[in-house]
Design a protein around this ligand. Sequence first.
Ligand code: B12
Ligand code: SF4
Length: 286
Amino acid sequence: MILSSQKVAGVSQTFCDLRFEKLPLDQHWDMAGISVQTGAVRPAFELARALRSRGIKVVLGGPYVSIFPDQCRDHADALVIGEADDIWRDVQEDLLAGALKPEYRVATFPDLSIERVVEKSALDIKSYFTTNVVQNTRGCPFSCDFCNVHVMNGHRLRHRSIPAVLREVETFLKEDKRIFFFLDDTINADEEYAEQLFRQLEPFRIKWVGQATTALGEKPRLLEAFARSGCGALLIGIESLNDGSNHAHKKFHNPAARSGGVHQVYPSGRDLRLRQLHLRPRRRHP
Ligand code: B12
Ligand code: SF4
């Protein structure tokens, strides 16, 4: 959605979600961009080969490409290394000019406080459980050694402006009234920002899910703001209840000692699983 909203005159973009669509290989495009996650490297490279054998230029981007560009070079005409929000336009312009470069490396993390309007026009809305996916912040202050987010998006939390998020929610609601997924890796990482944002989201009367840490259990004001703004569930990553194991993997939040906090967040004590906890806020739209 973010990249297909970066429009260049003379270029039209279509989107194919390979999770449930088959790529119509009988059609011709000048270029195909493939988003590569680590678990999908092999099919991504196979697809790249098939497209290139048909004379279609292939650009690879996404987490795997940004972290392991050397492993990807042979499989693409161009690589985009890093967050492509501002560089995708350059790639399209170079394609038009017949001057595609082998590598586009994003020098600095995009400044998220600059408003970039995100459109859903490339999506077939009815094919999804919801298309209301919104990212308020990017980056992660933590350094869990099994995770690429802090490598790919940096340790500093970058925020979108609250008015820009509110405008996006308002616009998205016109096309799709279903639940929102706030994609932030830790929705409570900046508690002040989160409280302000979710208090201002209350009037929209949305339902939403997100990802949080157990620190939330010790923040009743923030929890209340989440509940009142329509929070239906939060995913919390608890890889182990053994702090020795957690610390060996540089995971220091969600410690076992905070299980009291977890009970505060989850008063029913139900739905406790090792990887995810589902939050049931006590009050919703009183
Ligand atoms: C939301 C989310 C999901 C949702 C997606 C919902 C939806 N409809 O969008 C769900 C729950 C379905 C999901 C599932 C999975 N996810 Co997930 N998910 C995320 C999360 C939290 C946000 C993704 C996102 O939208 N980010 C915001 C956008 C702006 O960032 P981005 O995707 O990186 O894209 C930027 C750049 O990478 C680049 N870029 C990306 N693609 C491309 C393509 C081209 C051509 C170009 C030029 C540039 C480019 O430009 C973009 C703009 O800056 C990320 C963590 C994160 N912070 O990114 C994990 C993450 C992407 N998920 C991950 C994983 C492992 C999975 C699963 C495999 C989990 C599993 N075991 O089932 C599945 C895979 C599903 C699938 N087949 O795609 C990993 C990937 C790790 C890796 N090294 O590849 C991540 C990074 C989390 C982590 N660190 O573990 N996920
Ligand atoms: S807190 Fe989450 S996003 Fe941040 S480094 Fe750890 S696992 Fe990754």
